[in-house]
Design a protein around this ligand. Structure first.
Ligand code: N01
Length: 578
C-alpha cells in the first residue's frame, strides 16, 4: 500500500495517497478564475496569513491559495503524535497582535501541534482572513506573462488567476521527502509519513511499527509510538545529538510577568540573532577549566531546549575542539541514560560535529530505548535492502511489521518552491535558474523572476531562527517594497544579477566560518540525492539581516530594478552582503 496521509500528492510524489483529492479543487470558496488581482500569496501558514493580511490592509487586491483544507501550513500537515514546536510558547506567535497576545493562554513551555493550529485558526478568524483564501487549491504552475507583466497561476483542479505580484509562503520544510525504497508498494500493512499524517487517529495499539528516521520528527514521534504500539523498531541511519526539551506546564507567575512585559520583549526579539531574546554564551570553551566546562554543559542541559543549543560556548559551532567538548558531553549523557551499552554506542553520533545537523529537541527520546518494546537497527551496519509484503528487509534480517512510519524529512528550502512549477522570463524554470544551488537576493527575490517574492526562501535566515520572527520581518519588508513600487508607479520589481551574486556569496561565506559544511544535513541539501551541496539558509543572524534589509529599503532598494531600470543609488546601503 502507498503512504497514507492528509496531503495532496505533489508532482513526482508517486505512491503518496492523495486524501486531499476528497476536497475537489474548485469546491473551495471563490470562482474558478481571478483576473484582477494585485497579488497572490501561496500558502496559509504563519507566512501566508500575515502576508495576505498586510497586503489587504495596504489596499492591494490579494488572494491566498492553499492546498490544505484550512489554515496552518506545517501545523496543518504535521499532525503526528508528539508534534510540538521547539520554540517556547511565548515566542512562537505573531508580535503584531498586542491585544490578542494578552488573551491567548500560554499553558505549556512548548506549544503542541493542536494548540498552534488553533492559534492560527483563531488569528485567521479574528482578522477575517478566511474569505481571502481559497483552500483545497494546489498550485501546479506559475508562469510569468511577459507582455502583461503579470503572473498566471494554475491549480491542479483548473483554477486560474493572474496577479501583478506573487508571494510564496510555502514553508521551508514542507516538501516531504519519502525515499523510494524498493518494494514499498508491496507492503501489506499501512505506511504513514510524519509530514503528512492523517487527520483521523491512527490505530496503533498492539501493532508492530517500524520507524524510519531519527531527525526532529522521528525524535518526537518515537516516545508516543512506543507508548501505544506493541513493538517499535527504529531504523536509524545517522545518530543525532538530541537535546532534552525539559517540557512541562508554564508557571502562571512567569506567564503573568511575561504578559506584563510582552511589548518590550517583542521589541528586543527583533534585534536578536535567533529571534529569541535569551542571553548568548559569551564565553569560549577555552576560557574555562574542564570542571567549569562540564558544569556549564550540565546547567544548559538542565534548562533544556534552546538554552542548551545556545547556552554552552560561543565557539561551539566554529571551533572543532570547543565543539568536541559539547559532543562528548552529549555522548556521556547517552551513556548515563541508556541501560544497554550496545544500544548506547549505536545512538552516539561520531561522524559530524555537534550542532551541524539541526539538533532535535526531544522528550524521553533516549529513555524510550530502555523500553522492552523498542529496538534499534543501525542502518550503517545493517542497511535497508527492500520493503517486503511483511516488513523491512535489512542486510541481516527481515523485520516483520504492521505499520511503517517515515520520518524522513523534507526537500528543504527549495523543494516547495521548485514543485510549484514556476517559470520566469523566457519560460525559464526555477530549477534551471539554480543549477549550482539557489541564487537569491536576500532570500527574497530571484533575477529573471520579476515580482516574485519568497518568504523564508533559500538565503533567508528563517529556518535557523524562531520562524515567526523571521516571517514577520520578511512580510513587512515585502509589503513596504510593494507600496514603494506602487507609489512610484512601477510595474515590475526585479533583483539584479550582481546584487544576487553578492548576497549568495555572502550566505556561503558566513556559513564557511562555521563547522556546518562538514555535516550531511538538510541545511546543505545533502539529504536529497542529486541536490547541489550548498548551505541553504543565512546564518549571519536575524538581527544583522534585518539591519541590512532596513538599510536597503532606506536607500531606495539598491539591488533591484524597477521597470527594468536599476534603482537609483541613494547614499547608504551596499548591495546586500555586509
Ligand atoms: O527530518 P530530518 P525531520 N534511509 O531531515 C533519515 C523541522 N522540524 O522531519 O540523518 C534511512 O531532520 C535521516 O537520516 P540521515 C526541523 O527544522 C521541527 O525529522 O539523513 N533514513 C534522518 O534521520 C527539522 O530539522 C520540529 O542519515 C533516512 C531522518 O530520516 C526539520 O523540520 C519538528 C533516509 C530525517 O530527518 C526536519 O526534521 C519536526 C533513507 N533513505 C521537524 N532518508 C519542531 O519544531 C532520510 N532518512 C519540533
Amino acid at each position: 500500500m502507498g503512504v497514507t496521509g492528509g496531503r495532496e500528492g505533489h508532482e513526482g510524489d508517486e505512491g503518496v495517497f492523495d486524501a486531499m483529492a476528497a476536497i475537489p479543487d474548485g469546491a473551495a470558496p471563490g470562482d474558478q478564475q481571478d483576473r484582477d488581482l494585485d497579488a497572490i500569496v501561496i500558502g496559509a501558514g504563519f507566512a501566508g496569513i500575515y502576508m495576505v493580511y498586510r497586503l489587504r490592509e495596504s489596499g492591494f487586491a490579494v488572494r491566498g491559495l492553499e492546498a490544505g483544507g484550512g489554515v496552518g501550513g506545517t501545523w496543518y500537515w504535521n499532525r503526528y503524535p508528539g508534534a510540538r514546536c521547539d520554540s517556547e510558547s511565548m515566542y512562537y506567535s505573531f508580535s503584531f497582535l498586542p491585544d490578542f497576545e494578552q488573551e491567548w493562554p500560554l499553558e505549556q513551555r512548548y506549544p503542541t501541534q493542536p494548540v498552534i493550529l488553533r492559534y492560527l485558526q483563531t488569528v485567521a478568524e479574528r482578522l477575517d482572513l478566511l474569505k481571502d483564501f481559497r483552500f483545497g487549491t494546489r498550485v501546479t504552475s506559475v508562469t510569468w506573462d511577459e507582455p502583461a507583466a503579470r503572473w498566471t497561476v494554475r491549480s491542479a483542479g483548473g483554477y486560474e488567476a493572474t496577479a501583478r505580484f506573487l508571494i510564496t509562503a510555502v514553508g521551508a520544510l514542507s516538501a516531504a521527502n519519502v525515499p523510494a525504497f524498493p518494494g514499498a508498494e508491496t507492503f501489506a500493512g499501512e505506511q504513514y509519513s510524519t509530514a503528512n499524517w492523517p487527520h483521523a487517529p491512527v490505530p496503533l495499539a498492539g501493532q508492530r511499527v517500524g520507524l524510519i528516521g531519527t531527525g526532529s520528527s522521528g525524535v518526537q514521534v518515537l516516545p508516543e509510538l512506543a507508548k501505544e504500539a506493541g513493538a517499535v523498531t527504529v531504523f536509524q541511519r545517522t545518530p543525532q545529538f538530541v537535546t532534552p526539551a525539559q517540557a512541562g506546564p508554564l508557571d502562571p507567575q512567569l506567564v503573568a510577568m511575561w504578559k506584563a512585559n510582552y511589548r518590550e520583549i517583542r521589541r528586543r526579539t527583533k534585534f536578536t540573532p535567533g529571534g529569541i531574546p535569551i542571553p548568548g554564551p559569551h564565553v569560549s570553551a577555552f576560557e574555562l577549566s574542564e570542571h567549569e566546562r562540564r558544569a556549564r554543559c550540565e546547567e544548559a542541559w538542565r534548562r533544556g531546549g534552546i538554552w542548551f543549543l545556545d547556552g554552552t560556548f560561543i565557539d561551539a559551532v566554529t571551533d572543532v575542539a570547543a565543539n568536541t567538548v559539547v559532543a562528548d558531553f552529549v555522548r556521556s549523557k547517552i551513556d548515563e541514560i541508556i541501560d544497554d551499552p550496545e544500544t548506547a554506542e549505536k545512538l552516539k553520533p561520531r561522524t559530524y560535529p555537534w550542532g551541524t545537523k539541526r539538533v532535535p529537541i526531544g522528550s524521553d527520546f533516549y529513555e524510550t530505548f530502555n523500553r522492552q518494546n523498542v529496538r534499534l537497527v543501525d542502518l550503517r551496519a545493517d542497511p535497508i535492502e527492500a520493503i517486503t509484503p511483511r516488513g523491512i528487509r535489512t542486510a541481516s534480517a527481515e523485520h516483520e511489521l504492521d505499520v511503517i512510519v517515515y520520518a524522513t524529512g523534507f526537500d528543504a528550502l527549495t523543494g516547495a518552491l521548485t514543485r510549484l512549477g514556476v517559470r520566469g522570463r523566457g519560460g525559464t524554470a526555477l530549477p534551471d535558474a539554480w543549477p549550482g544551488g539557489p541564487r537569491t537576493y536576500l532570500g527574497l527575490s530571484v533575477p529573471a523572476f520579476p515580482n516574485l517574492f519568497t518568504i523564508t526562501g533559500p538565503g533567508s535566515p528563517g529556518v535557523v531562527t524562531n520562524v515567526p520572527a523571521a516571517i514577520e520581518q520578511h512580510v513587512e519588508w515585502i509589503d513596504e517594497l510593494l507600496c514603494f513600487a506602487r507609489a512610484r508607479g512601477s510595474t515590475t520589481i526585479e533583483a539584479a544579477q550582481d546584487a544576487t551574486t553578492e548576497w549568495t556569496t555572502h550566505v556561503q561565506d558566513v556559513a564557511s566560518q562555521t563547522l556546518y559544511a562538514s555535516a550531511d544535513s538538510w541545511y546543505m541539501g545533502a539529504n536529497i540525492p542529486g541536490k547541489p551541496r550548498v548551505f541553504l539558509p543565512y546564518i549571519g543572524g536575524l538581527d544583522v539581516y534585518r539591519r541590512k534589509c532596513d538599510e536597503i529599503a532606506a536607500a531606495g532598494y539598491p539591488g533591484y530594478a524597477f521597470d527594468g531600470a536599476a534603482a537609483p543609488a541613494l547614499q547608504g546601503a551596499g548591495h546586500g552582503a555586509g
